[in-house]
Design a protein around this ligand. Structure first.
Ligand SMILES: *Cc1c(COP(=O)(O)O)cnc(C)c1O
Length: 438
């Protein structure tokens, strides 16, 4: 356990902070995974962060691989973003009127992701997905949406569905409070399964408005698309008159300067963005071809709105982040750093006699405690969860913060240094030893 040099005051215990939080915040948090439910123990309360590091309220310093769930590709408190934000705040924090900043960001998105001819900004990824689906339904005049098991698209009613057995077709909600009627129009197929997807489209032929997919799945742990999967979806959509929606809330500007669609060279009809494009501020976006997007109000009959949509402070963080990414082009370096880290983790696992499968792509990776290839939700669910819990907590004790669930991806940022990666590998080696302990 490392202490910061300046931690002179008696350490605050996170358990005590969590108890206080639970008195007034539901479960002590404002978003469920933060609560450590799936790994146990008390969440880390953050005092401040910089670069690759979290400085916790109890005085610990942690190398962070959660990176605000992927929102921070440049790392925490990036100086350029902070300077731009300070200036923006001085001009006022919200107007509810158009600004040139919004045009600038939309133009940057459209240039980087040419399928997004027309863009609408929102305040979160959830809202971006809700808007895209409404547009898809309004444009096609069809009702059903096909999604993939284990893909997360925000917490909208009709998307909180992953369905039970592979045989079930009509969506069963994952959450109480979602009437069956709301999820009835959500079809679910296993990720990477074109055959099942094709069969569902055939079965509901004529009523599927869109297929929505994470082009690289990050919400069941990292699962990459099999060769031909995304191309296959494009083809199926064209055959059945459905739109293809890429939920690039994680992958947008993470795999490359642009989207997974640039990386894999596949053109979806609609794209959803969030996380990185807000540079750590609340911001999302969706967009697509002009012909499709014109169904959206004020041009068309599909309504969507937001008091803080296109907020000048958030948009400034987004523009500055994208400018910095375009200028510094960190993608090659991020990919090789991540690959080296994953190779080191794999080697440490072998040496310690721990069976793991690591999925990684560019700056994303997940360590699955399983001997099997992980290609979809059922195979991701086959991992040894108690082993992951021990691994997670041992890492934490040794100064490394991984995403606090076995079903998440970790993120390497442009701020992670060689020294960070070496320290991480040392912690990983120690952590693997503990997974043997009963
Ligand atoms: C995080 C996420 C969302 C939801 O974004 P919020 O900003 O949390 O509402 C949607 N889709 C994917 C793929 C995500 O990872």
């Amino acid at each position: 356990m490392k202490k910061t040099a300046s931690a002179k005051k008696p350490a605050v215990q996170h358990a005590a902070l969590f108890e206080e939080a639970k008195k007034v915040l539901v479960g002590g948090v404002n978003s469920p995974v933060r609560s450590f439910r799936s790994v146990g123990g008390d969440p880390v309360f953050v005092k401040r962060a910089r670069g690759s590091r979290i400085f916790a309220e109890d005085g610990r310093e942690l190398i962070d691989y959660c990176m605000s769930w992927g929102a921070l590709l440049l790392g925490h408190a990036h100086p350029e973003v902070l300077t731009a934000l300070k200036k923006a705040i001085g001009n006022g924090t919200s107007y509810g009127m158009p600004t040139q900043l919004e045009t600038t960001l939309a133009r940057m998105l459209a240039e980087a992701i040419p399928s997004m001819e027309q863009v609408r900004l929102t305040s979160s990824g959830t809202e971006a997905v809700m808007g895209a689906i409404r547009v898809a339904r309004a444009f096609t005049k069809k009702n059903k949406i096909l999604k993939f098991e284990g893909c997360y698209h925000g917490h909208a009613d009709h998307l909180l569905v992953k369905a039970g057995s592979g045989a079930s077709t009509l969506g069963i909600p994952d959450s109480e409070g979602v009437p069956l009627d709301f999820s009835r129009n959500t079809l679910v197929a296993p990720y990477n399964d074109l055959e099942r997807t094709g069969a569902l489209l055939k079965e509901y032929s004529g009523d599927v408005a869109a297929i929505i997919v994470e082009p690289v799945a990050g919400n069941m742990g990292l699962v990459v698309p099999d060769t031909g999967f995304l191309q296959g979806l494009r083809k199926l959509c064209d055959e059945h008159g459905a739109l293809l929606i890429f939920d690039e809330v994680i992958t947008g500007f993470r795999l490359t300067y642009g989207g997974a669609q640039n990386y894999f060279d596949i053109v979806p009809d609609l794209t959803c963005l969030g996380k990185i494009i807000g540079g750590g501020m609340p911001l999302g976006a969706f967009g697509g071809g002009r012909e499709i997007m014109k169904v959206l109000a004020p041009l068309g009959p599909a309504y969507q709105a937001g008091t803080l949509s296109g907020n000048p402070v958030a948009v400034t963080a987004g523009i500055t982040t994208l400018q910095c990414l375009a200028r510094t082009k960190p993608y090659g370096r991020l990919a090789s750093a991540t690959q080296a880290l994953c190779e080191g983790i794999q080697k440490a696992a072998q040496q310690e006699g721990v069976g793991v499968r690591i999925n990684s792509l560019q700056s994303m990776f997940t360590v699955f405690f399983t001997e099997h290839r992980v290609t979809n939700y059922p195979t991701a669910s086959g991992q040894d969860l108690p082993a992951f819990r021990k691994f997670f907590h041992a890492l934490l004790l040794n100064g490394v913060y991984f995403a606090p669930s076995a079903f998440e991806t970790n993120f390497v940022s442009a701020a992670h240094t060689q020294k960070d990666l070496q320290e991480t590998l040392r912690a990983v080696r120690t952590a693997f030893r503990t997974t043997h302990e009963r």
